[in-house]
Design a protein around this ligand. Structure first.
Ligand code: NOJ
Ligand code: CA
Length: 691
């Protein structure tokens, strides 16, 4: 389909902007490829975006509906505009690369209502080489200390019926499989019956962000948001006839308004990543760039690591979270065994779930805001003894705070819970929000909860605690400002394979995630299951990948904390475990070597501070050969590669554990092809050979 030439739209955009020159309302990206033009159409602000002169976003309206206020939509005039250019290079305490480039041209537009009550609104646009971000700023106004927003009216009018990867606009969960349809075919309301989720609320035909779309000429476009800390999550209503996405903020069950904002107030950034292909979109830093620099001065205590857990056992059922079942997992004795396993294998951390009282009550339906106090351990778990033992072995404990969705109760316990962790020297917490949210009426992604998640991050930062959040608010790059927000779930994790009621996650799932969910930030997927058939516990389901694919995930999926998920006994004596022991968690460089959304992806990452490289490649349910050109290696160095790859007879359905390990020398310029079985992949470590 032919894209509409951008210049034809400009005239339309400027109707009503007589006092401003076209150039005052246009910015281009630093490399000149992406243009953004803002206009007032009969007094309502609009914007449009093009790339190489062809429309990506057609003129799209901006604005709000307020409660108990006249609607300002048709009454704005442009009071003033100004432009800025900015360029910086920054570093993060951990990341996909050593340095991040943040270069953009900015356009600020000050709007004024031309009649009573003369409200002002500022629009801030930034054009980057990989897309556009914009936000609204509400200035102070005398006699008005807050505004009630009923709906945000931001539109994204797409220029084509794009190929789209989307999950439904669920107000409580992101744990859905991605759907692949044309924009015009999106029907999210069909996805309401979800087998494995405690809570899911999909009120209309809308999608959650990021939604990633591909044009007929291969341009990859992803719409999301950045710096979501105090405002409702933005889902996108889908007008399938007009190819229009429109902000639909997550609301409250009783309140008419969806957001209460104090004045002055800046909304989160609305982001449109635009890249020439799948490789480029995966490495976009646009979301991070639109977050503020770190507010934590000394970040030395925030350390990437691998971690094992007393965790999978509960999901499989060989152990229990609750005490008194005869198979309680979090006992002092078990904890020490796991600490030994971690210490013996260079695994930095250990997550222990079910260490505290309350689980039994939760499972029997006691009012859930009264069951967990986050400080009382079960009688068979000597917390100080376990913490001291972990310290003596150099293993970091990850505390577990499952709130059962009782977020207000958790806030009331936060000080004492974090004080206990400080007293024991525990500096990581995994939080969880399974089930309906208390206070009643709130959803996981409503404004109150967004503020709750942020409160937990900020309080944790004061206590020098890093947070791994499950059932979180979506990732919007807040880790730049609060690097202690180290990783989060917010996707359909490995646990779905174990529960398996609906067949688990197909092999395609993780060939989509790097181009959708992961654009927001790190994912706590929990990779590394070797017993992919889940024998002898699961007759009817399994992990739908080969073992080599599981290894590849340590490279394909980015997270500064990566779980070593399987039972320790499944790793002991297993030659492929060497890869998990070796693989890095913090990187100087990330290069996507090859990728097609939903088909395959090959990633190379250079470990921070070393000359070692790690490669991961995965395919969907189709077998294929993935090629690698070793151009990224240094010309003057020699390297030894170890590859863990699917055996010729491997298949995720059968022989999922059939793999081979090979060693050979590699040098810059070499080219090789690697066979990937259906649902398979390969993982490779490359080490410099020093003479
Ligand atoms: C769901 C989380 O995703 C999982 O990791 C955790 O074990 C359970 N909730 C219990 O908290
Ligand atoms: Ca979950």
């Amino acid at each position: 389909m032919k894209l509409i030439p951008f210049f034809l739209l400009i005239g339309w955009l400027f109707i009503g902007c007589d006092s401003k020159k076209d150039s005052d309302l246009t910015i281009v990206s630093p490399n000149g490829e992406i243009s953004l033009v803002v206009g007032l159409h009969n007094g309502q602000p609009t914007y449009a975006i093009s790339r190489h002169g062809e429309s990506i976003i057609l003129p799209s309206k901006l604005g709000f509906n307020f409660q108990n206020q006249p609607q300002p939509a048709n009454h704005f005039i442009i009071n003033s505009t100004h432009k800025n250019s900015f360029s910086e290079t920054y570093t993060l305490p951990y990341g996909e690369q050593k340095e991040y480039d943040n270069s953009y041209n900015e356009l600020v537009i000050n709007l004024l209502e031309d009649n009573e009550p003369f409200r002002r609104l500022q629009l801030i646009f930034r054009a980057f080489d990989d897309g556009v971000g914009f936000r609204y700023h509400f200035p102070e106004k005398e006699g008005m200390d807050s505004l009630l927003i009923v709906e945000e009216l931001t539109e994204f009018n797409l220029a084509q019926d794009l190929e789209s990867w989307w999950i439904p606009g669920d107000w409580d969960s992101y744990e859905h499989l991605y759907n692949h349809t044309r924009l015009s075919q999106i029907d999210a309301t069909k996805k309401r019956n979800h087998p494995n989720l405690g809570t899911t609320f999909i009120p209309e035909n809308a999608v959650n962000t990021p939604i990633t779309m591909i044009s007929s000429d291969g341009v990859h476009i992803s719409i999301h948001e950045a710096a979501l800390t105090d405002y409702p999550d933005m889902t996108l209503g889908v007008d399938t006839a007009r190819l229009k996405l429109q902000a639909k903020l997550v609301g409250h069950q009783q309140n008419k308004n969806k957001a209460v904002i104090p004045l002055p107030f800046s909304t989160p950034w609305r982001t449109i990543i635009i890249a020439e292909d799948a490789k480029k979109i995966m490495t976009s830093n646009l979301i991070l760039n639109l977050n503020e620099p770190s507010k934590i001065k000394n970040t030395d205590w925030i350390k990437p690591m691998k971690y094992t857990g007393i965790w999978l056992q509960m999901h499989i059922g060989t152990m229990s979270w609750d005490y008194g079942t005869g198979k309680h997992g979090a006992t002092t004795e078990n904890a020490k065994k796991f600490i030994d396993f971690a210490a013996d294998n260079g695994i930095g951390g250990l997550l222990i779930e079910g260490w505290n009282t309350g689980w039994k009550d939760w499972f029997t339906g006691v009012a859930k805001d009264s069951i967990f106090d986050f400080v009382t351990a079960t009688p068979d778990y000597n917390l100080p003894e376990v913490a001291a033992y972990a310290k003596s072995k150099g293993v970091e404990l990850i505390m577990h705070h499952e709130t059962a969705g009782a977020a207000l109760a958790y806030e009331q316990h936060l000080d004492s819970a974090f004080a206990l962790m400080n007293a024991l020297g525990i500096s990581y917490v995994k939080t969880g929000y399974v089930g309906e949210i208390l206070p009643k009426g709130e959803h996981h992604h409503s404004q109150w909860m967004v503020k709750h998640y942020q409160k937990v991050i900020e309080k944790a930062a004061q206590h020098h605690i890093a947070v791994i959040a499950h059932e979180p608010i979506k990732a919007t790059g807040v880790r730049r400002t609060y690097p202690n927000m180290i990783s989060r779930e917010g996707l359909r994790g490995q646990e779905f394979n174990v529960w398996g009621k609906d067949g688990g996650n197909p092999p395609e799932h993780l060939t989509v995630i790097p181009f959708t969910r992961m654009l927001g930030g790190p994912v706590d997927y929990t990779p590394g299951i070797f017993n992919t058939q889940l024998e002898p516990w699961r007759k009817d389901n399994q992990v739908n990948t080969t073992l080599a694919y599981q290894l590849a995930l340590y490279v394909v999926l980015y997270s500064p904390v990566q779980m070593v998920t399987d039972f320790p006994e499944n790793y002991q004596g297993h030659p492929a475990f060497q890869f998990i022991k070796d693989v890095g968690v913090d990187w100087d460089k990330t290069i996507v070597l090859d990728a097609q959304v939903g088909d395959y992806v090959v990633v190379a990452r250079k470990e921070k501070g070393t000359s070692s490289w790690f490669l991961g490649g995965i395919t969907d349910e189709h077998e294929r050969k993935l090629g690698v050109r070793f151009d990224f290696l240094d010309a003057d160095k020699t390297y030894q590669a170890t590859i863990y790859q699917d055996a010729p007879n491997a298949d995720f359905r059968d022989h999922s554990n059939a793999y081979e390990i090979k060693n050979y020398a590699v040098k810059k310029g070499d080219e090789k092809q690697f066979y990937c079985a259906p649902g398979g992949g390969f993982a490779m470590s490359i080490k410099e050979v020093t003479q």
